[in-house]
Design a protein around this ligand. Structure first.
Ligand code: SAH
Length: 358
């Protein structure tokens, strides 16, 4: 049997794996054992699954595989942040970032190769959309990095803030979270996961009905429809007013709040009027605001405001009763910070661009 016809355990939730095993005449509990090896022990190699009978191991190796991305490159920042360039089976690349001691250990993972949202200040948006990641590719980032960094025992958080828009790849993202949450996998709890989104409204309403409900972060970035149309183009389809309304009805547990991310762009969306409008906009929403001073990059036509301007904006929110934090930029020296994830070499070459025009 060749590689293509093997069943990929990385793409299955435990129920699906158990079903596949049953179909081959094996007992369901083998699925739990395999999950434990793959996720808890970080061993994707059937031959090394020592609590399985030898003949089963041999059969599994013939019929199944566990695709795992390869670490093509790893950069370590002076602040301890690690950026991993991962190569997928089709040779596409994505990035995943480890941010230590925030105080939690945090893994920032990708949901797409590239991104279709094209936010005006984000480098990933410049790549455009290449393809969705599969559930297995999303979960594998966590599986791989937790073992690489020895995080399984101590606990870790996951933020869906890498490349891509998670609500634009809804089914794969939610399936990946279910796989990681499995008690025989990593037992990831919803409270340890944050899903960040520009607010794809139909998907946001669907998220509101999920049994596995991660913390929600909304990439807001503007206080008027006009400005958000410009900065976050999906706003032309799902506008600011409707987005905030969807947040108002989003089910939150006691004491839970929605985080609103707001990238501060010098002289663009960081004025005292913006601060006042933001307070008004969030009235009646259980919100906290996370300010992200722009991480500048070549090709991004905006500047980072001065610390004084950032402080003034934060202060203006705080004195009107909004809980506000300023995101410390991590890993900027290795281009691992927010909005800096891009896989070099994915821009079309000048020749390709000319070819596309013809
Ligand atoms: N697509 C999702 C997930 C990406 S999260 C979303 O947009 O929420 C990445 C976060 O970093 C988002 O809040 C994004 O707006 C922010 N970001 C993008 N580019 C940035 C930049 N250059 N500087 C600072 N933050 C940026």
């Amino acid at each position: 049997m060749n590689e293509c016809t093997r069943i990929d355990v990385a793409e299955l939730d435990r129920g699906e794996l158990e079903h596949a095993l049953e179909g081959l005449g094996h007992e369901r509990f083998r699925g739990r054992q395999i999950f434990r090896w793959v996720y808890r022990q970080g061993v994707p190699d059937f031959a090394r699954m020592t609590d399985l009978p030898l003949d089963l191991r041999a059969e599994l190796a013939r019929r199944f595989t566990v695709s795992t991305p390869a670490i093509a490159h790893r950069d370590e920042s002076s602040d301890g942040t690690n950026k991993f360039l991962l190569e997928l089976a089709d040779r596409r690349h994505i990035e995943a970032v480890y941010i230590p001691d925030t105080p939690a250990q945090t893994l920032c993972i990708s949901t797409q190769v590239g991104c279709a949202m094209r936010c005006a200040f984000c480098l990933t948006g410049k790549m455009g959309m290449v393809r969705n990641l599969t559930a297995g590719e999303i979960a594998a980032q966590v599986r791989l990095l937790t073992h690489e960094l020895d995080l399984v025992e101590g606990g870790f958080n996951v933020v869906l803030m890498g490349m891509g828009e998670p609500l634009h790849n809804y089914d794969a993202t939610m399936k990946a979270l279910r796989m990681l949450a499995d008690p025989y996998a990593l037992g990831l709890t919803p409270g340890r996961v944050t899903l960040s989104t520009v607010g794809v409204l139909p998907a946001l309403d669907r998220l509101a009905t999920e049994p596995f409900m991660p913390n929600l972060a909304i990439s807001l970035h503007a206080t008027t429809e006009e400005m958000r149309d410009r900065l976050v183009p999906v706003n032309r389809k799902y506008g600011l007013a409707d987005l905030v309304e969807a947040c108002r009805r989003f089910p939150l547990k006691r004491r839970e709040r929605i985080t609103f991310e707001y990238v501060l762009l010098d002289g663009v969306n960081d004025t005292p009027q913006d601060a006042r409008r933001l307070v008004k906009l969030l009235h009646g929403v259980r919100a906290k605001v996370n300010l992200i001073p722009l991480n500048e990059a070549p090709g991004i036509p905006f500047g980072r405001p001065s610390d004084a301007r950032v402080d003034a904006f934060a202060e203006a929110l705080a004195e009107r009763g909004i809980t506000v934090s300023v995101r410390k930029s991590r890993g900027r020296d290795i281009r691992a910070a927010c909005g800096q994830l891009i896989v070099e070499g994915t821009f079309p070459s000048p020749a390709q661009r000319v070819a596309a025009l013809l």
